[in-house]
Design a protein around this ligand. Structure first.
Ligand code: TXA
Ligand code: MG
Length: 339
C-alpha cells in the first residue's frame, strides 16, 4: 500500500477526514504522541488498526473526540467525580475511562464494558476528528512494542506501506502518552501517569488513588487493571538500565558500568550536564518535563546508532517524574539500580 504523507493544511485535513469517514486509517499528531486513527463506529476499521500495529486484539483503544457534547452518546452513568475531571482536564493530555454506551463496538473496547475517552487539545487532531465526522479510535501510531512516536519520522519508520496516510504535524509537545484515570467506579484510579500529574488529579478528586502497577511489573498470572499493562512496551533494541538517585551518585555508578562493559557499544541518556567517556550520549533535558518530551525520540535514536546497552539517568524532580519513571522502567524491563 502506498502511504501518503500529508501536511496540516485545510486540503490535507479534508482528505484525511474523507479517508477516515470511508473506513481508512490515518496517523495524526496529538499533544502527547502520534495516534493511528480509524472510525470508532466502524468495526472493520478498528480491526485494521490492530493489524497495522501488530497489536494483540485484547488491548482496547482510546476513543478520541473533538467536542464534549459527543460524550453522552459514547458513555453512560457519568459520576460527579468523572464530570469534575472532565471539566478540569479536557481538552488535554488526559483520558477518562467510563461505562460504555451501546454505540461503541466491542472491537474498540476488546469486549470490556468500559470505554476510554480522550479529547486532545492539539489543533490538527481536533480539526481531523471534526472533518471525519465520527469519533476516532486510536492507539499510539508505533508498531506494537516499539517506543511511542513523538515525531512524524517515527511514524513513517514504523507505518510506511501499512496505512494510507500520515499527517506530519511536527514534534509532540508532551511526548508521553496521556494520563489515564478510570472513573467508572466510586474511587478514581490513576492507571497511567502522564502530562496531567497525580497531584493535579488529587486537587480535583482528593480520594483518587494510584494503581501500584504503574511502577511494578506484574507477577506471573496476575490480571492487570488496564490490559495494556501486561504487554512489553517502549522497548528499544538496546538493553536499557535505569540508574536512579542524586546525579553525583548516578554518574559514579554509570562510570563504573561503562568500564565493566568497555567491549560493548554503550549509550547514556542524561538529565544532567554529566559527561561520560566512550559512550554515545543523548541529552533528555534538565527538567522532568523536557526529559518526558524527548524520552521516546532518544530511545529510538540509540537503536539507529547501533547502541547495545543504554544507561538512563533518572532523578525524580517533580510530579512529572512518575510519568517518566513508568516509561523508563518499562523500557528497561524493570532493570533499575537505585544509588
Ligand atoms: O496519549 C495517548 O493516550 C495516545 C494518543 C494517540 O491519544 N494514545 C495511546 O493509546 O497511548 P494506546 O492504545 O497506546 O494506549 C491506550 C491504553 C492501553 O494501555 C489500554 O490497555 C488502555 O489504554 N485502555 C483502553 N481502554 C481501556 C479500558 N476500557 N479500561 C482500561 N484500560 C483501557
Ligand atoms: Mg501505545
Amino acid at each position: 500500500m502506498e502511504t501518503k504523507i500529508l501536511g496540516t493544511d485545510k486540503e490535507s485535513i479534508e482528505l484525511a477526514g474523507r479517508i477516515l469517514a470511508q473506513g481508512g486509517l490515518v496517523a495524526f499528531p496529538t499533544e502527547t504522541v502520534y495516534g493511528l486513527g480509524g472510525s470508532a463506529f466502524n468495526p472493520e476499521s478498528v480491526r485494521n488498526i490492530y493489524e497495522a500495529k501488530g497489536r494483540p486484539s485484547d488491548n482496547p483503544l482510546i476513543v478520541h473526540i473533538a467536542a464534549l457534547d459527543t460524550l453522552p452518546e459514547l458513555a453512560e452513568d457519568i459520576s460527579d467525580k468523572a464530570k469534575a475531571l472532565i471539566h478540569a482536564f479536557m481538552p488535554g493530555p488526559f483520558t477518562i475511562i467510563l461505562k460504555k454506551s451501546g454505540l461503541i463496538p466491542d472491537e474498540v473496547t476488546a469486549g470490556m464494558d468500559t470505554v476510554a475517552i480522550r479529547f486532545p487539545v492539539n489543533e490538527t487532531a481536533q480539526k481531523l476528528i471534526k472533518a471525519a465526522g465520527v469519533p476516532i479510535a486510536a492507539p499510539s501510531a508505533n508498531l506494537s512494542g516499539k517506543p511511542s512516536p513523538t515525531r512524524a519520522k517515527h511514524v513513517i519508520d514504523d507505518m510506511t506501506g501499512r496505512i494510507p496516510a500520515i499527517i506530519d504535524g511536527g514534534g509532540c509537545a508532551v511526548g508521553v502518552e496521556s494520563t489515564i484515570v478510570d472513573a467508572s467506579e466510586e474511587i478514581p484510579v490513576l492507571l497511567r501517569p502522564g502530562g496531567i500529574t497525580y497531584e493535579m488529579i488529587a486537587d480535583v478528586v482528593p480520594d483518587a488513588v494510584i494503581d501500584p502497577h504503574i511502577l511494578q511489573s506484574l507477577t506471573d498470572g496476575e490480571k492487570p487493571p488496564c490490559p495494556g499493562m501486561k504487554y512489553k512496551h517502549y522497548s528499544p533494541d538496546a538493553e536499557v538500565t535505569v540508574i536512579e538517585g542524586s546525579m553525583k551518585a548516578v554518574k559514579e555508578e554509570i562510570d563504573k558500568k561503562l568500564k565493566e562493559n568497555a567491549d560493548k557499544i554503550c549509550g547514556v541518556l542524561t538529565m544532567s550536564d554529566n559527561a561520560y567517556d566512550s559512550a554515545v550520549i543523548l541529552h533528555g533535558g534538565m527538567t522532568n518535563k523536557e526529559y518526558a518530551k524527548n524520552l521516546f525520540d532518544c530511545l529510538r535514536k540509540f537503536d539507529e546508532l547501533g547502541v547495545e546497552i543504554v544507561y538512563a539517568e533518572f532523578e525524580n524532580r517533580d510530579g512529572y517524574g512518575l510519568a517518566i519513571k513508568n516509561r523508563l522502567y518499562k523500557s528497561a524491563a524493570h532493570r533499575v539500580i537505585y544509588v
